[in-house]
Design a binder for this molecule. Structure first.
Ligand SMILES: Nc1ncnc2c1ncn2[C@@H]1O[C@H](COP(=O)(O)OP(=O)(O)OP(=O)(O)O)[C@@H](O)[C@H]1O
Length: 329
């Protein structure tokens, strides 16, 4: 169905979604709204509740409370109608280690009542091709690396055309080349109109491929929106190049900025470097750059460069979750 009503509905929507394990609340009253056609990043540190949420979205785990709609259908009631329209990569599907990648996909494809046996061979070959596994299609999965298994999981999710892809940490275990390939694949799928919901604890991943994101912290949804909105909501700051770094930090501090500590005294043996230090500062409130410059100049600070910076997604994440972020590729 692609009428106006179904397009206007989010691909995923939850209200008050909660999951408790005994006295531990793993997912706490979250309201997710994933627009159709978006590449939606589900961000959060390890243990923040991403996988538990995804399992509930797909009907793999029951919710303690709350409602879920996926592709317009209430879950888990609509699971048999919804799941054939959703490709999922969650904690690796169970592959038979002694069968080849192609044989595993053939087996999984034949489990799908809607897939035609006549075109199965081509479908499996095409899916392996898309994830770059054609050259090991006949190899036993036992001999696959973790990254290859991850790609095979992705190939499984791509066996049929899908309206929605739900990918839990899809680049886990991939080398940088594999990571790039998966990112490109996600981009091309999104270009074709598929909504992609992708969880990750890797910021670079979300930053590079997503149009929207939500940030989880300790089971709560602490922010969601377009990447642009998320960045804009962060604190702005200034970056300053000056030979008078000590005085500059004092002035910025008195203006309500949080000032970086700067390099420790004598940290650089290069006198040129220590004369021309970059000072980065952030504040919670809006400020007028011209007033900052005037105050600095008034205090005798020589300015060689002045830039107003917007918060990065990483800074936003740290501010919201109080945690450092694994920014590795
Ligand atoms: N079956 C379970 N029984 C008890 N506690 C669980 C269970 N599954 C998850 N949890 C707990 O719920 C919390 C959220 O876990 P979850 O796996 O959803 O986080 P995550 O954000 O996906 O992290 P990761 O990236 O490490 O998978 C954690 O504290 C975890 O220990």
């Amino acid at each position: 169905m692609t009428d106006d009503v179904s397009l206007a509905q989010p691909a995923i929507e939850t209200v008050g979604l909660t999951k408790r394990f005994g006295s531990h609340t793993a997912v706490d009253n979250i309201a997710l709204a994933v627009p159709r056609g978006s590449v939606f990043g589900f961000l959060g540190p390890n243990g923040s509740g991403k996988t538990t949420t995804i399992r509930m979205l797909l009907g793999l785990a029951g919710a303690t409370a709350g409602q879920i709609r996926v592709l317009g259908e209430e879950m888990p009631r609509g699971v048999s109608d919804v799941l054939p329209r959703v490709g999922a990569l969650v904690e690796g599907p169970a592959f038979y280690p002694f069968l080849s990648g192609a044989a595993n996909l053939t087996r999984l494809d034949s489990a799908n009542r809607r897939s035609s046996p006549r075109t199965r061979r081509d479908r499996v070959a095409e899916s392996l091709e898309r994830v770059g596994l054609s050259h090991v299609a006949r190899k036993r999965v036992k001999a696959y690396s973790l990254g290859m298994k991850q790609r095979l999981g992705l190939a499984n999710a791509l066996l049929a055309p899908r309206e929605l892809l739900v990918l839990d940490e899809p680049t886990n275990g991939l080398d940088p080349q594999g990571t790039r390939e998966v990112r490109n694949l996600i981009r091309s799928l999104a270009g074709g109109g598929t909504t992609v919901f992708v969880s990750s604890h890797l910021l670079a991943e979300i930053d590079q491929i997503c149009t929207h994101a939500a940030i989880m912290s300790n089971g709560s949804l602490v922010a969601q929106g377009t990447l642009e909105d998320l960045r804009r909501a962060g604190s702005p700051g200034v970056e300053l190049r000056t030979p008078d770094a000590v005085a500059a930090r004092r002035v910025l501090g008195s203006l309500g900025f949080e000032v970086d500590a700067g390099a420790p005294e004598g940290a650089s043996s290069d006198p040129a470097a220590s004369r021309d230090i970059v000072v980065a500062a952030h504040t919670d409130r809006a400020f007028a750059p011209e007033e900052i410059v005037a105050a600095l100049v008034g205090a005798g600070v020589r300015i060689r460069g002045f830039t107003v910076t917007s918060a990065s997604l990483e800074e936003r994440f740290v501010a919201l979750t109080g945690e450092g972020f694994d920014v590795a590729e």
